[in-house]
Design a binder for this molecule. Structure first.
Ligand SMILES: NC(=O)c1ccc[n+]([C@@H]2O[C@H](COP(=O)([O-])OP(=O)(O)OC[C@H]3O[C@@H](n4cnc5c(N)ncnc54)[C@H](OP(=O)(O)O)[C@@H]3O)[C@@H](O)[C@H]2O)c1
Length: 296
């Protein structure tokens, strides 16, 4: 069994690589089929997914059984000012991987985002709901999904949201730093979604990859909250209870228009390989417990 991880140096890619190496995730053992697998790690320095010929050659030479694509252009505001680059990585890069996987008969697990939805409906989006992204990031990720569906038969598209983890920069680390440096922060209280621990996502990506339940998945921690509510819980767990103040999106303008309500329902997980995602409260509590033990 050979597994290739692209974007292996990113927040999620590093977590998946660690879980495959140690044979377990925070939620349990990895699938039996992946125990002792040959794991190949790739990132932009040895595999730039925007280069079609190089991507096809890399995957033909590597001959993986499974490719887990964690590579992406993830700077949401940066996408607005660098549309071509964002499309090259999130759209064309995903296409190149899909074609390369199809050439060798590999499964492709492709990670996507809640930002493919507009976020103007009051109930959690399901996998069959129509996408309608409002940001360049969301549009380029949506294009990537379409390419994957078009060019790779053995594909799993896994949408996640508000991702944080032990590796690299993320919202949780920023909130803790702001508590330490400035005694807290002001955080928007009118955008709703599902904070998701990369450890939980990694567990499910591997379960999905070991299956033949091809299709589109939502995979977020269960329950929903606003960014302010998430920040307030982070502050409480970090020993700074009451440090966060709520504000509106109008009071905190960003270059990107973000969905007001982008909760996802993990329906496909429930009906196929099983939804073991923790609640967002349990998952962030676990993050604070485990972070101290990680060798980062
Ligand atoms: N972070 C979130 O809140 C969030 C939410 C929803 C969905 N997602 C999705 O989850 C996945 C993983 O996100 P993440 O937060 O782990 O991202 P990340 O930390 O930014 O990691 C992405 C990795 O891809 C690499 N990369 C960029 N361009 C590349 C290219 N042309 N070829 C090969 N590798 C390239 C990056 O390298 P450089 O760092 O050198 O650019 C980085 O190592 C992505 O598909 C993302 O869209 C993330």
């Amino acid at each position: 069994m050979k597994i290739l991880i692209t974007g292996a140096k990113g927040m999620l890619g590093t977590q998946v690589a660690l879980d495959l190496k140690r044979g377990y995730t925070e939620l349990g053992a990895i699938p039996q089929a992946f125990m002792g697998a040959d794991v190949v790690l790739a990132d932009i320095d040895n595999l730039d997914i925007t280069d079609k010929a190089a991507t096809e050659k890399f995957i033909a030479d590597c001959a993986p059984d499974v490719v887990i694509n964690c590579a992406a252009y993830t700077n949401v505001d940066g996408c607005e000012s660098n549309q071509d680059t964002a499309f090259m990585v999130n759209g064309i890069g995903s296409r190149n991987l899909a074609i390369a996987c199809e050439n060798v008969g590999a499964k492709l697990v492709h990670v996507s985002t809640d930002y493919v939805f507009k976020g103007d409906e009051p109930t959690p989006r399901r996998e069959y709901d129509v996408t309608n992204p409002i940001s360049v990031y969301g549009k380029t990720k949506n294009a990537g999904e379409e390419f994957v569906r078009q060019y790779c038969k053995k594909a799993f598209i896994v949408r996640t949201a508000w991702l944080y983890g032990y590796f690299g920069k993320n919202f949780v680390k920023t909130m803790v730093r702001l508590c330490n440096e400035r005694g807290g922060a002001t955080v928007v209280n009118d955008q709703h979604g599902n904070p998701t621990n990369a450890a939980d996502l990694s567990h499910h990506l591997l379960k999905i990859a070991a299956s033949e339940e091809y299709g589109t998945y939502h995979c977020t921690n269960n329950g929903e909250c606003t960014w302010f509510e998430f920040a307030a819980e982070i502050a409480r767990l970090a020993g700074f209870e009451g440090a966060m103040k709520p504000c509106t999106s109008d009071e905190y303008p960003t270059p990107t228009k973000r969905p007001a309500y982008s909760s996802l329902d993990n329906m496909m997980l429930r009906v196929t390989v099983g939804d073991e995602m923790r609640t967002w409260q349990d998952a962030i509590a676990a993050y604070f417990e485990n972070e101290k033990k990680m060798e980062i």
